[in-house]
Design a protein around this ligand. Structure first.
Ligand code: AHR
Length: 511
């Protein structure tokens, strides 16, 4: 048994929980849109063609904001192709994913779906093949009330009221050589600045995200953020980060410590943004939008084989792409990513798990078949539901584990929130150890634990190993009640089984 002591002090808070931290992502890629959220012929489809079995799972998971329509896809996309009468919409080749795009689903359909899913829209524009003009025109089409060609076109197309989209991404991963319309940081910084200006001339209330590095291993990482922000600092509110992690060489201990790399990435981008702030004598801070993150098994040769197969099979509509099946281990890692994001919630104001359905996703669906929750669904769903109010800064003294990739890591990983309105503290805990349970003592300062409201645990079911996953027929990884959580004069005690993720909600009174 290992042990950890966590201290939570009512006065040591990081900031308010940014509710946009629980975002997701819908890209026109693989089967995320078609046969994912949208499948008019499906037995559960509603009058809009949306799968209600998937919609129910999305509502249960509770994302607050959803980025759309890409991803790599957006860098070759004409938004105009996705509006107007469906029968007149052009079929196009999507070079990013070697896919035939029918454009049956576009902006109006996504707005409609978002309303039904109860999520905010985060709209990405194409700064790969297009530029300032298409960007400002899309803002006018979406957000201007009426009386101009583009806003009246929207009304003719069935949306009398403006969509009023607040959050906009100025392109996607333009630092990546794979991106259609890849740019140098100077080229991108100049373009993003001019696009941002023109978009804000149309609607000054919008919030803008500049493209940051596709991952922290990019050769231009750091320099990209510095140059881009030097150009665009006054025009934008956020800089983006993307990161995907996977287990390498059967080294689960390192994989379970991947959130240390996420911490480092976040802190590096904050430093870079603040260096530009100082150098430019700016007053405001640029905050972070971690708008793609997840576990993604990019298997090297397998991925190349898959891409090769997709190309060999010609241009097809919604091919199966990167439909990773997530394990118990992945779920714990996802829990630690969410902890990392929450602990940096003073500067990371937006985060989007990529993606929502089928494509590296917490929700899976089969064409004309069932929909189900993957193992990674649970930490997201519970944290999105429970993390409210203020973020507490946990002081953690945990036994440590040595990892080959990321050095020493706390065995017990924690984040916590305090919902003052409802006098409730929520704790999100992961036990990174593959073999040992962890005894956790949580000391409360400035409040007293009155009652455990709910304590839940995600662990491999009896007889299953860490590779256990969910399928259409069997939900093996799901939340259970965590027994043995006790309150005392000084706080709370609990035991986390080996390789587990837990959420504990406790009613507190001020001391
Ligand atoms: O989410 C899958 C892809 O990963 C996105 O299209 C791209 O932005 C990233 O590289």
């Amino acid at each position: 048994m290992t042990s950890a002591r966590v201290t939570l002090d009512r006065d040591f808070t990081i900031g308010d929980v940014p509710r946009r931290l629980f975002g997701s992502f819908v890209e026109h890629m693989g089967r995320c849109v078609y046969t994912g959220i949208y499948e008019p012929g499906h037995p559960t489809a509603n009058e809009s063609g949306f799968r209600t079995d998937v919609l129910d799972l999305v509502r249960e998971m509770g994302p607050t904001v959803v980025r759309y329509p890409g991803g790599n896809f957006v860098s070759g996309y004409n938004w105009e192709d996705g509006v107007g009468p469906v029968e007149k919409r052009p079929r196009r080749l999507d070079g990013a994913w070697h896919t035939l795009e029918t454009n049956e689903f576009g902006l109006h359909e996504f707005m409609d779906w978002s309303r039904q899913a109860n999520v905010e829209v985060m709209q990405a524009i194409n700064l790969g093949t297009r530029g300032v003009d298409a960007a400002r025109e899309l803002v006018e089409y979406a957000n201007h009330p009426g009386g101009t060609y583009l806003s009246d076109l929207r009304r003719e197309n069935g949306a009398e009221e403006p969509f009023d989209i607040k959050l906009w991404c100025l392109g996607n991963e333009l630092d990546g050589p794979w991106q259609i319309g890849h740019k140098t940081p100077t080229e991108y910084g100049r373009l993003a600045k001019e696009a941002a200006k023109a978009m804000r001339y149309v609607d000054p209330t919008i919030e803008l995200v500049a493209v940051g590095s596709s991952n922290s291993g990019m050769p231009t990482f750091g320099e990209w953020e510095h140059t881009v922000l030097t150009h665009v600092y006054d025009e934008v509110d956020y800089i983006s980060l993307h990161a995907y992690y996977q287990e390498h060489d059967d080294d689960a201990s390192s994989f379970l410590a991947s959130a240390l790399d996420m911490d480092h990435f976040i802190e590096s981008v904050i430093s870079t943004a603040d260096a530009v702030r100082a150098r430019g004598r700016h007053k405001k801070h640029i905050n972070l939008s971690f708008d793609e993150w997840n576990v993604w098994y990019q298997r090297g040769k397998d991925t190349e084989d898959q891409e090769h197969r997709v190309k060999e099979s010609g241009w097809r509509e919604h091919p199966r792409l990167i439909e990773d099946e997530y394990t118990m281990t992945d779920a714990v890692v996802v829990g630690t990513f969410l902890n990392s994001l929450l602990r940096h919630g003073d500067r990371v104001h937006i985060a989007n798990q990529a993606q929502l359905v089928n494509v590296i996703a917490p929700i899976r669906s089969e064409e004309n078949g069932p929909a189900w929750r993957q193992a990674i669904f649970w930490p997201f769903a519970r944290m999105a539901a429970v993390a409210k109010g203020r973020i507490l800064r946990p002081a953690v003294a945990s036994d440590r584990v040595e990892t080959a990739r990321y050095g020493d890591a706390d065995i017990v990983d924690v984040s916590a929130t305090w919902d003052e309105e409802n006098s409730r503290v929520a704790l999100f805990l992961a036990n990174r150890s593959l073999d040992d349970a962890a005894g956790v003592e949580v000391a409360l300062r400035g409040f007293r634990a009155e009652r455990i409201v709910r304590a839940e645990i995600l662990e491999a079911p009896d007889g299953a190993d860490r590779h256990v996953s969910n399928t259409a027929d069997a939900e093996r990884v799901r939340l259970q009640e965590l027994s043995g959580v006790a309150t005392s004069e000084t706080g709370i005690t609990l035991t986390l089984p080996a390789l587990s993720w837990a959420v504990v909600e406790v009613d507190v009174a001020r001391d």
